[in-house]
Design a protein around this ligand. Structure first.
Ligand SMILES: [Zn+2]
Length: 384
């Protein structure tokens, strides 16, 4: 940054990165945000659950409530020696800010706060008619048990309403603004155990080979289309991920076979409907006995198209001259929980290619541009 003074977004992002808030230890990271928001007049509710720090902050009591949501926790660094710079030093090298959390998602948190500061300076009477809020958790990268889920339960108890929610996860793929997320698929994991009868390979009539018996069943399961998909979601199918039978010897028929699978599913299906379809196949006459267990790791959601989506599209177009593509791909995020309270929930943030990796980083220009996308979004939404 020779000859240039650091911008507010960069300075704040650096302060956040220099606080090593690896899940679930916050180490004062949220306090940095709380101080900035308190200075703007936000009312702060610190919500500690178990060992996880969270907070909800609101400015204004009237009208529509726009909520910025995100997490201050970061994943571990891996070997810090393998980074080109100390992962918690937040150094700027060649126009990029490096450090754990730079793109996932301390850069976005900084952009949100600075966008609010600038927006409120431009619109001093905003809170007479509308409200801004922040829902910040320290438990997104971990079990996600004492984080957003608990905060949402608290918001419900308080009868707090969120009208629009923008989650700052890194949704951009190749360039800032090329992609937003308006939904996510659900995910279930399953285990199938087929019982056979162990025996000597030379006497197959005295054994019952679970590999032979399960193979056609597994092929049947792999071919199921649970739904055909639509323009928001790809078709739902099963992916077998592990098969285990036998102990490596070639003269023993194994006694059982275990297969594992995952299903990423659209809102057209539910964990119950998936299980029912699978059991129908397993129960077909002639199939070997099989034990099925399934565990849900995330429910699907699809955000309603409405004012938030149009305003976000317009803000990205006006700021970056690019039209974001809406996607429901990728892993899960806290948006799956928030959307149950706030049907207009969108995710939009930085380019995610370096997240969770060594040398996580973000171009300084993207940090400034994201700040302006968030600021313009508020302007369009509340003053169309
Ligand atoms: Zn994240």
């Amino acid at each position: 940054m020779v000859g240039e003074s650091p911008t507010p977004s960069l300075t704040l992002a650096q302060a956040l990165i220099r606080t090593p808030s690896v899940t679930p230890h916050d180490r004062g990271c949220q306090e940095i945000l709380i101080q900035r928001l308190s200075a703007l007049g936000f009312q702060i509710h610190r919500l500690r659950f178990g060992e996880v720090e969270n907070f909800y902050a609101r400015l204004g009591t009237a009208g529509k409530n726009f909520c910025f949501a995100g997490h201050t926790d970061v994943v571990a660094t891996g070997n810090p020696e393998a980074w080109r710079a100390d992962p918690f030093a937040a150094q700027v090298i060649d126009g990029h800010l490096f450090g754990r959390g730079a793109c996932d998602m301390k850069g976005a948190l900084s952009a949100m706060v600075v966008a609010c500061e600038q927006f409120l300076a431009d619109n001093p009477h905003f809170i007479d008619q509308n409200s801004l809020s922040f829902l910040i958790t320290g438990d997104e990268e971990g079990e996600a048990v004492d984080g957003t889920v608990r905060v949402l339960a608290w918001l419900k108890e308080q009868k707090e309403q969120l009208d629009y929610c923008l989650v700052g996860e890194p949704t951009s793929v190749a360039q800032l603004g090329d992609c937003l997320k308006n939904g996510r698929r659900g995910s279930v994991n399953g285990i199938l155990v087929f019982q056979g009868k162990q025996g000597h390979v030379a006497y197959p009539h005295l054994a019952d080979n679970p590999i032979h018996r399960s193979a056609p069943v597994l092929a049947r399961l792999a071919g199921i289309q649970f739904d055909q998909g639509d323009h928001h979601f790809p078709a739902t199918s099963i992916q077998l991920t592990n098969i285990q039978a036998g102990d490596g010897s070639t003269n023993v028929v194994p006694g059982s076979l275990e297969a594992r699978f995952n299903i990423r599913f659209s809102p057209k299906n539910s964990p119950e409907s998936l299980e029912k379809t699978i059991r129908t196949v397993l129960d077909e006459p002639g199939n070997p006995a099989c034990q099925l267990t399934m565990k849900v790791s995330g429910l699907p959601f699809l955000s309603e198209d409405g004012p938030l989506r149009s305003a976000l599209d317009r803000s990205v177009r006006e700021t970056l001259h690019r039209t974001p593509e809406a996607s429901t791909g990728g892993g899960t995020s806290d948006a799956r929980f928030i959307s149950q309270l706030c049907p207009q929930t969108m995710e939009f943030g930085l380019v995610g290619s370096s997240m969770h990796k060594l040398d996580e980083g973000v171009p300084l220009a993207d940090l400034e541009d994201l700040t302006q996308v968030y600021r313009r979004l508020l302007q369009i939404l509340f003053d169309p």
